[in-house]
Write a protein that binds this ligand. Structure first.
Ligand SMILES: [Zn+2]
Length: 122
């Protein structure tokens, strides 16, 4: 068994540059963010859906009535390089935690902590 944890709940796609290797999320058609390559130098790829939390915050009050706090947002550095801002959910969220694409309780895409190691309850 490897230490990559559960499979991602959803596919996560990026545009990868064949010239410099840079992956961009979301997929866009403006060209490579790093070297400017375009058209045939770019390919759409599926990412691993895995990354590491860089920073996070929990929102306890929100001005929009349709948005129900609390919820946690974070910056996640994907294994392929791009940094995305996303909803985080589940236990053990902290900076440095390894995460994988998952679905929150309401069905929205989110990242959850990967559990490769066994938990102990004494
Ligand atoms: Zn490039």
């Amino acid at each position: 068994m490897d230490d990559s944890g559960p499979e991602p709940a959803l596919p996560l796609r990026a545009l990868r540059c064949r010239r410099c290797g840079r992956a961009a999320v979301p997929v866009q058609d403006f060209g490579c963010e790093s070297c400017g390559a375009h058209d045939l130098d770019l390919e759409e790829v599926e990412l691993s859906g895995r990354g590491v939390v860089l920073a996070l915050t929990t929102v306890h009050r929100h001005p929009a009535p349709a948005v129900e706090p609390p919820f946690t947002l974070g910056s996640v550095r994907l294994d392929e390089g791009p940094v995305v801002r996303a909803l985080l959910h589940g236990p053990e969220l902290r900076a440095g935690a390894p995460v994988v694409v998952d679905l929150a309780a309401d069905g929205r895409p989110a990242f959850a902590v990967r559990h490769a190691e066994k938990e102990t309850d004494a």
